[in-house]
Write a protein that binds this ligand. Sequence first.
Ligand code: C5P
Length: 315
Amino acid sequence: MTAQAQPRRDTAPLTVFSPAKINLYLRIVGKRPDGYHELETLMLPLDFGDEITLQPLDGELRLECDNPSLPTDDSNLALRAAKLLGEDCGGKRGAKIALTKRTPLAAGLGGGSSNAAAVLLGLNNLWGLDADDATLHRLAARLGSDVNFFLGGGAALCRGRGEQIEPAPCKLSASVLLVNPGFGISTKWAYESWAKAAAVSRPTTAPPEVSRLLRALAKDDLATVSQCLFNSLEAPSIRKFPVLELIKESMRNDGASGAMMSGSGATVFGLFADARAAESSAKKVREEFGPSMWTKVTRFVSTVHRQPETRALVK
Ligand code: C5P
């Protein structure tokens, strides 16, 4: 951070895009002494997500959200990110944070982590802090395991708790159908359930090699990408919520080259070579499984354009 940090002169609101993600691969390598799990996970940002508008406010941090189910108190990661950045830059600063929530909650799509990263990036700009990447990454790691990934803005192979990110060249052009069954899964529950199952039985098949997935992503080889999809957290969630497997099956029957649960769920995704097939599979899922199904067809975005003007240019 520079010594002469200045807030932006104009007080016009700043709108920041906050993308969702999917995990094409999530392998739990083992349990860590700090209680977290050691991961090897490949995440992709999507051209779909939330929008956050930031405005200067005298000495107060206030979060508003259009979705009343989401708490706007200190338990919200977006507000915690704002507080942490304010404290770290050594002054009490204020902002009004208006969150337009499109991503389902507790969905395995990284919504909260993405909002936190967007707030760090946006307030760094709004408050004229000029905090460098290393500072933002240090704060991100304190907020949650996936926040660092969202600071990166592209596909990445993530290790450690998930906070050690390595950019991954990715040319995946497939359409991505997201299906959320209308209930959330707690991340903590998902990891604990995996640990309980792992304590009593060893997996019978070896997970695919992540290096094979990385090569396939770099070549936009959808067939191989689909063969390499993997998620250690999927089996316990499907045992508790068998509808997740049925949704995957429905997407596969309707042309998905591969389907998998994202992160700690409950969203499942299908990869389709053809966008129209993805849309018609979405319609079928809604008909087959009822109105609680939330669906969205989107795609991988190679570079996250945070500001609306730049997003409009790449569309
Ligand atoms: O880091 P984050 O707050 O997103 O994690 C939520 C919960 O998920 C943690 O409290 C922990 O129970 C579990 N988790 C884990 N190992 C990870 C990431 C998350 O056990 N690598």
